[in-house]
Design a binder for this molecule. Structure first.
Ligand SMILES: Cc1cc2nc3c(=O)[nH]c(=O)nc-3n(C[C@H](O)[C@H](O)[C@H](O)COP(=O)(O)OP(=O)(O)OC[C@H]3O[C@@H](n4cnc5c(N)ncnc54)[C@H](O)[C@@H]3O)c2cc1C
Length: 429
């Protein structure tokens, strides 16, 4: 391989980073492409966001794994942009840099009481049940909860509610962290309620996810009949969006005829509830006060209202995202951005494919291969700093260890949960 083929660093090994690698390696089969992540493992939210019981969705990672087998493509884990290496350094090493770092933190409600124990953003909760190595153990926090409130009306809210509501048997084929599963099963759960500021027509659920809520073994889906009477998707919506909303409304209308207490857990969809303040006792949340004066008891509140971008290493910001013109980062020639870091936290995994392919095409058009050192220069710099990296073979060893542990329990995998365990599996002594 010659140096003149070009060298590209993709920072962030989530779906948008991998789709970029896919497009770049097709357009420039001889280019040297490093996909770098701060974590020891690839796949971003496909590993640590997507719900553990939706293994079909996680199947996309098999196609990302195949990209790592391509000549010239390397995974470099354990390297954080802004900590282990700076953006100017990457620009000196590679002919182009693609930022694909996603959105790194929960958006806040911004209401009084958000600091109370028992209140958390969905990322904190999802990290825990998905065995993220930075996750905080929530066993104690959830142990005493009986009434869980989930704030938000999108699919993440549904994922969170479903993970609480499902039985251990229903989660048996998932890759949920077994400790989180045990803690959830031990709860004396009575209700899980999803609260939306607006009505059923505005909810951004998708129909498969919503329908699944009507088929749970121990939880009955409930909707107040008044919330779904005389509701229709607006005619002004484009047809696919109108159809999606109409299907949601029909499904919710179906839930409105379910009998409360028909099953041990009530799974209630509540609309037109905008939280104003959270009430607490002894530092712990006990309820939510809504606009209009209504109140509901809740001893665990999980907000699912989106995410904010953590801008790595002084990248220019625009409304919380990396400032860019169709993926070209403002004021930084040779630097590009894709995925949630570019568009904000919206869209499913496939949405990132079209985005990454379009931006990769622009990068390839602009690319002027040079004598920059590329991967060899990165290795030398990281070695000089003593940064312990995880390469593709290291990830494959982690993958095997987790899959083998899963096979022993009839699960797709049992994830290694700590940085130390991941590093040890990747690079055995
Ligand atoms: C809870 C949840 C559930 C979801 N469920 C689904 C679903 O069922 N189906 C679906 O299609 N979509 C789902 N999505 C959406 C989907 O996950 C996103 O569309 C997609 O992951 C965005 O891809 P991304 O690559 O832009 O970001 P991410 O997936 O977040 O990847 C970003 C990567 O960048 C790395 N990174 C961040 N900062 C740095 C740094 N400074 N240096 C180096 N690396 C860094 C991160 O470690 C991460 O690996 C879900 C999202 C969430 C939050």
């Amino acid at each position: 391989m010659t140096q003149s083929s070009g060298s590209i660093a993709v920072v962030g090994a989530g779906p948008s980073g991998f789709y970029a690698v896919d497009a770049l390696s097709r357009a420039r089969p001889d280019a040297r492409i490093d996909i770098i992540d701060r974590l020891p493992t690839p796949f971003g939210l496909a590993r640590y966001g997507v719900a553990p019981d939706h293994q079909g969705t996680k199947g996309v990672t098999r196609q990302f794994d195949r990209l790592l087998a391509k000549p010239g493509v390397r995974f470099i884990g354990g390297v954080a942009l802004g900590r282990d290496i700076s953006l100017p350094e990457l620009r000196n090493l590679y002919d182009a840099v693609m930022i694909a770092t996603g959105c790194g933190r929960d958006r806040r409600l911004g209401i009084p009481g958000e600091h109370l124990d028992g209140v958390m953003g969905s990322m904190r909760f999802v990290d825990w049940f998905n065995a993220h190595p930075d996750a905080v153990d929530l066993t104690e926090t959830i142990a005493q909860a009986r009434h869980v409130a989930v704030i938000g009306n999108g699919n993440v809210a549904i994922d969170v509610a479903r993970v609480f509501a499902k039985t251990a048997e229903e989660m048996a084929k998932s890759d949920i962290d077994p400790r989180a599963q045990a803690a959830i099963v031990a709860m004396r759960l009575e209700t899980v309620s999803l609260y939306g500021r607006r009505g059923p027509a505005e909810a951004s659920f998708t129909i498969n996810e919503l329908n699944e809520m009507g088929r749970l073994a121990r939880a009955v889906a409930l909707v107040d009949a008044a919330d779904v009477a005389n509701v229709a998707a607006p005619d002004s919506d484009p047809t696919p969006e109108r159809l999606r909303k109409q299907k949601n409304i029909e499904a919710l209308r179906g839930f409105s005829s379910n009998v409360p207490h028909a099953k041990p857990v009530g799974l209630a969809f509540r609309f037109h509830r905008a939280p104003l303040t959270l009430s607490g006792e002894n530092g712990r949340v006990v309820g939510i006060n809504f606009a209009g004066g209504s109140y509901t008891p809740a001893d665990l509140v999980i907000t699912c209202i989106g995410y904010d971008t953590i801008l790595p290493d002084d990248l220019p910001a625009d409304k919380g995202r990396v400032a860019n013109d169709e993926g070209r980062v403002a004021g930084l020639p040779g630097v590009y951005v894709v995925g949630w870091a570019r568009r904000g936290p919206s869209g499913t995994i496939p949405t990132n494919r079209a985005d990454s392919f379009a931006v990769a095409e622009r990068l390839v058009t602009d690319l002027a291969p040079s004598s920059r050192p590329g991967p060899a220069g990165l290795d030398a710099l990281l070695a000089s700093r003593g940064v312990a990296t995880i390469d593709t073979a290291g990830w494959q060893r982690i993958d095997k260890a987790e899959s083998d542990a899963g096979a022993r329990e009839g699960r797709p995998r049992v994830k290694l949960t700590s940085w130390a365990a991941l590093r040890a599996a990747a690079n055995p002594a």
